[in-house]
Design a protein around this ligand. Structure first.
Ligand code: COA
Length: 257
C-alpha cells in the first residue's frame, strides 16, 4: 500500500524527497534507523483529513539517497533545512525511534519551529545491543534478522509490517550501521525537563527495542507530556496498531492551542 504523493526538494545542495498527504497544519514525520517514509503509510492515509502529513526520507534513506548522517545532531540540522526549503515555519514534529531522537533534539534546540512533539517507540537514550552493531559491521544478513526478531509484538500479523521489513532490507548496510551508531551515542536523559513544546508519547506495550520504561521516562521528564501505551504493539506501533496510534495523534492535534 502506498499513501501520499511523492514530493521533492533540495536540502544542503542535495535532493531530498518525502511523501505527502492532506492539507492544513503540517505534521512532519521522521522514520527510524534504516527506515524510510513508508514507515508512516497508515498515518499518511489516516490523518490527511486533519493535517498536511509530510513523511520524510532522511539522507541515505528511501528515495533521498546519498550518504546517511553520522549523528542525531546532523540529522536534526538536515530536517531544519528541509522545513526551510518547504517554507514550513512551525510544525508538529513526530519521530519514530531514531527519528524520535532527532525530534527531541529539535524540540530542545529550535522550539520556535515546533507546535508540538510526537514521540513513537523511542527514548531519551538509545543505546544499541552490541550484537546488532557487530552484525551490521560485518555486513551480515543476520543483522537485519536480529532487529526484525525484536521489532514486533508477537501478536502482530506479518502483513502489517511489510514496509518496515522492506526498508531494513533495502537501506544500505553502512547507512543503517551509521544510524545505529548515532543512536548509541544519543542521550538527552538529563535535558528533557527543558522541553517546552506540547508532547505526546506513544509506546508499544510489547516493544523490546525501546521498552515501555523508555516511554514512561520520556513522559515523566518532559513537562506536561501525555503518555499513551499502545496494546498489542511492539517497536513499530504506528504500523502494528495504526488505528490506536492515529486516534491518539488526532486527539493531540485537535487539542493543540
Ligand atoms: N529511558 C529510560 N531508561 C533508560 C533508557 C531510556 N531511554 N536507556 C537506558 N535506560 C536505563 C536502563 O533500563 C538501565 O536501567 P537499570 O540500570 O535499572 O536496568 C540503565 O538506564 C542503563 O541502561 P543502558 O545505558 O542502556 O545500559 P545497559 O548496559 O543496561 O544496556 C543495552 C545496554 C544495549 C543492552 C540496552 O540499552 C538495551 O537493551 N537497549 C535496547 C535494545 C536496542 O538495541 N535498541 C535499539 C535502540 S535504537
Amino acid at each position: 500500500m502506498t499513501a501520499g504523493t511523492r514530493g521533492r526538494s533540495v536540502v544542503q545542495g542535495q535532493p531530498a524527497t518525502y511523501l505527502e498527504a492532506g492539507r492544513g497544519q503540517p505534521l512532519v514525520l521522521l522514520h527510524g534507523a534504516g527506515g524510510r517514509a513508508e514507515a508512516w503509510t497508515p498515518q499518511l492515509a489516516g490523518l490527511a483529513d486533519v493535517a498536511r502529513v509530510v513523511a520524510v526520507d532522511l539522507p541515505g534513506h528511501g528515495e533521498t539517497g546519498g550518504r546517511g548522517c553520522r549523528s542525531i545532531d546532523e540529522y536534526a540540522a538536515w530536517v531544519l533545512g528541509l522545513l526551510d526549503a518547504l517554507g514550513l515555519d512551525r510544525v508538529v514534529l513526530g519521530g519514530h525511534s531514531m527519528g524520535g531522537g532527532i525530534a527531541q533534539t529539535l524540540a530542545l534546540g529550535r522550539p520556535d519551529r515546533l507546535r508540538g512533539l510526537v514521540l513513537v517507540g523511542t527514548g531519551a537514550r538509545l543505546r544499541v545491543l552490541p550484537r546488532i552493531l557487530e552484525l551490521f559491521r560485518e555486513g551480515s544478513p543476520a543483522g537485519p534478522e536480529l532487529v526484525a526478531s525484536l521489532a514486533y509484538s508477537p501478536r502482530t500479523p506479518p502483513g502489517s509490517v511489510v514496509e518496515a521489513e522492506r526498508a531494513l532490507r533495502e537501506t544500505a548496510t553502512l547507512v543503517t550501521l551509521g544510524d545505529f551508531m548515532a543512536c548509541d551515542r544519543f542521550d538527552l536523559m538529563t535535558r528533557l525537563h527543558d522541553v517546552e513544546v506540547p508532547t505526546l508519547v506513544l509506546g508499544g506495550q510489547d516493544d523490546r527495542l525501546t521498552p515501555p520504561k523508555y516511554a514512561a521516562f520520556l513522559a515523566g521528564a518532559i513537562p506536561g507530556a501525555r503518555l499513551v501505551e499502545i496494546e498489542a504493539a511492539g517497536h513499530f506501533a504506528q504500523l502494528e496498531q495504526p488505528d490506536a496510534v492515529n486516534g491518539a495523534i488526532r486527539d493531540f492535534l485537535t487539542a493543540l492551542p
